[in-house]
Design a protein around this ligand. Structure first.
Ligand code: SAM
Length: 321
């Protein structure tokens, strides 16, 4: 099983994402001796074997169904056992783009945490890039190493249990990009500077929930010679779709005239039949124009996760050494 290659049919021992709804998904390792029970019924693993990924599978006792999905980094982010706070897809896509990551990129990440971001990074830099990821919590590092092995990512990801703030990364002149999701990223910035390929432009990003952390990170980036220091916040905003009629100028003028007529008639307290006539003309005119779809966003946007600080590493010139 691999997160990097899609296959069509489910086999024994593979990871399947059981999708019940957007908010309700579960990772299952297919084991023909097991059953999976949920509010939609009993699902026998052995019935999954040989089915195509994407299949809508009815429950054994006919109570409901679920979809059997092929794992992707996005789905893994939904179902990963939370050993830490994790990055979600909005931040993941933003960071990946702003770090200019592509197949072949060599990337350094710390901390690894639950490995949510690592899965996306691995897919982006495959097949010939490499991710060096560092986590100082031993149990977490072990668990995530096992995930990488089971998900076919071991060739692309090297994980090391290491305190990067105290001991640096142990790599020099190697990487194109650095991503830090640490409580004190500023402590790792001098070591990150050493890790960049020294003759190329590189990109760094730090993910911090508090503005005070951002300030300290920016100060350290500045002291260490990074340029183009920028901070972003990625917020998810809902768009409500509405339809509005499109009027020609003549229609709009006509509509205003009819409204004015209606007002005047009310004022003059004319008989009710006149008002009803004006109303029916107005509703006819409303039905006539074609509709345009527009989106409206709520004024208040919730969902702060963290601030994203980006900066550029400039190549070291020979006479700077
Ligand atoms: N970005 C990860 C993800 O998407 O799953 C989550 C990272 S989690 C918020 C931060 C991790 O950094 C924790 O697992 C913590 O143990 C680790 N950490 C904190 N300080 C560290 C240090 N000095 N060196 C290495 N890892 C560290």
């Amino acid at each position: 099983m691999s997160f990097l290659h899609y296959k069509t049919h489910i086999e024994e021992g593979e990871l399947v994402i059981a999708y019940l709804s957007r908010e309700n998904m579960t990772p299952l390792i297919v084991d023909s001796k097991k059953t999976y029970n949920n509010k939609f019924g009993i699902f026998k693993h052995k019935d999954m074997i040989g089915k195509e990924y994407g299949t809508k599978m009815p429950s054994h006792n006919g109570r409901g169904f679920m979809y059997l999905l092929h794992p992707t980094p996005e789905l893994w982010t939904h179902v990963v056992p939370h050993r830490t706070q994790i990055l979600y897809v909005a931040d993941i896509s933003y960071i990946t783009t702003y770090l200019d990551l592509k197949p072949g990129s060599i990337v350094l990440e710390s901390g690894t945490g639950s490995g949510s971001f690592s899965h996306s990074l691995a897919r982006t830099i495959a097949p010939n890039g490499h991710l060096y990821t560092f986590e100082f919590h031993e149990e977490r590092a072990k668990a995530v190493k096992q995930d990488f092995e089971e998900h076919g990512l071991s060739d692309l990801i090297t994980i090391e249990c290491r305190d990067v703030c105290k001991n640096g990364f142990g790599v020099t002149d190697l990487v194109h990009a650095v991503f830090l999701d640490l409580p004190a990223p500023w402590e790792a910035i001098p070591a990150a500077k050493e890790a960049f390929k020294q003759k190329r432009i590189g990109k760094i990003s730090c993910f911090s929930p508090c503005i005070e952390q951002v300030q300290r990170t920016c100060a350290s980036l500045n002291e260490n010679g990074f340029v183009e220091i920028k901070m972003y916040e990625c917020l998810i905003r809902e768009h409500e779709i509405k339809t509005i009629p499109i009027y020609t100028v003549a229609d709009a003028v006509n509509k205003i005239k009819l409204q004015q007529d209606k007002k005047r008639k009310r004022k003059e307290d004319r008989d009710e039949q006149d008002i009803a006539n004006a109303d029916s003309k107005l509703s006819k005119s409303k039905a006539d124009p074609p509709n345009l779809y527009v989106s409206k966003t709520p004024n208040e946007v919730k969902g702060h996760t963290s601030y994203l600080t980006f900066a550029t590493f400039l190549p070291v010139l020979d006479d700077e050494k």
